[in-house]
Design a protein around this ligand. Structure first.
Ligand code: NDP
Length: 331
């Protein structure tokens, strides 16, 4: 069985040499335990934060210890009455092919025609982040204009589609022409901007939203946030979901240059972590799965294969190699 450990803390953009794959024998289980085999592993931008030795809302990873993220795993052996062979579970698990667990804090999932991978994307923390960030902080109203950055990514692609379901005009920002086409032609966005070929982002936003932005769902931070703020409307809402453009910075970047925008325009700007809404998760999952079954929500995925590709798949997030949720499938 293979395990991926953090060999050293990345300096700037992570490299595969920051990780190490170690091989161990197959673990054995005792009474009350289950043996899990990983099936799908989620790679997420926030894991970069846990690779720094910094205090945050979640403990940093330790050197020479396994990385963990949300995983879908199959029970391959059980000495715990609550679980049987062939059950599928999801939750926070180590980057290990096989691991021993008690099952505590893991959720049983069943296929019910929705693929297992969806539980790491639209029906997992990704979908919940999009749903609650937009709903609770964005307070979207029909007829308003929503701008989303990181729009072709896991969270962003769902945010934009929920915006359309709620009757907003939706504009996305993403890193390639291919993604712009995906947003407009497959995911129903009204307009999309390729930030890599746009010199003046504030002007580009204005062109697509001449009446301004009412809600900005920010996944990238920095200059894009600046440009969005130049277009924000009175009583606008800004959702600080993430700031991926800054995660590999080694210096402490300056904050957005908001000047007096927040005051002059009575703008609300709020950050969050999805766990803040944990008590409402069942409602979120219910709504997201209904939309999924009704065909109102498409879940884009980029699935790469093989346990050993996990570190590279994670690194590829910072090069925008994914469309929708980036996952690793394990055989
Ligand atoms: P994504 O699927 O969006 O993957 C990351 C994407 O970010 C890439 O595909 C890439 O797309 C884009 N990107 C990478 N580098 C840059 C850059 N320098 N500038 C602009 N865009 C860049 O990941 P997630 O959907 O999982 O996460 C999206 C954001 O949401 C992240 O900031 C993450 O930290 C945050 N998040 C926050 C949560 C919370 O609880 N607050 C929970 C989950 C996620 P492109 O080709 O467009 O550049």
């Amino acid at each position: 069985s293979k395990t991926i450990i953090l060999k050293q803390r990345p300096d700037g953009k992570p490299k595969t040499s920051d990780f190490e794959i170690i091989k161990e024998g197959l673990p054995s289980i005792e009474t009350g335990e289950i043996l899990l085999k990983a099936k799908y592993v989620s790679v997420d931008p926030y894991l970069r934060g846990r690779m720094r030795n910094e205090k945050s809302y979640i403990e940093p990873f330790k050197i020479n210890e396994p990385i963990a993220s949300t995983v879908v795993a199959e029970v391959v052996e059980s000495k715990n009455d609550k679980f049987s062979d062939g059950d599928f579970l999801t939750g926070m698990l180590d980057w290990k092919e096989y691991q021993v667990h008690t099952g505590e804090n893991l959720r049983k999932i069943n296929g019910d025609n929705i693929s297992l991978s969806a539980y790491l994307g639209v029906l997992g923390l990704t979908g919940l982040t999009a749903y609650f960030g937009l709903k609770k902080i964005g307070e979207p109203k029909e007829g308003e204009t929503l701008l989303v950055s990181g729009a072709a990514g896991a969270v962003g692609s769902i945010v934009g589609q929920i915006g359309k379901i709620k009757g907003l005009r939706v504009i996305g920002i993403a890193g390639s022409d291919e993604k712009v086409t995906l947003l407009k032609e497959q995911l129903g966005f009204d307009a999309a901007i390729n930030y890599n070929t746009t010199d003046d982002m504030a002007a580009a936003i204005k062109k697509h939203a001449p009446d301004g932005i009412d809600v900005y769902f920010d996944n990238v931070g920095s200059y894009t946030l600046d440009a969005a703020m130049e277009n924000i409307n009175r009583f606008g809402r800004v959702i600080n979901c993430g700031a991926i453009s800054l995660y590999n910075e080694t210096d402490r970047p300056t904050g957005p240059r908001l000047e007096t925008t927040l005051v002059k325009k009575s703008v609300k700007m709020q950050g969050f972590i999805v766990r803040n809404f944990e008590k409402d998760f069942p409602e979120g999952i219910q709504q997201l799965s209904t939309w999924l079954k009704e065909g109102k929500l498409k879940h884009e995925e980029t699935i790469v294969e093989g346990f050993e590709t996990i570190p590279q798949a994670f690194i590829n997030l910072f090069d925008g190699k994914n469309k929708g949720k980036m996952l690793v499938k394990i055989y």
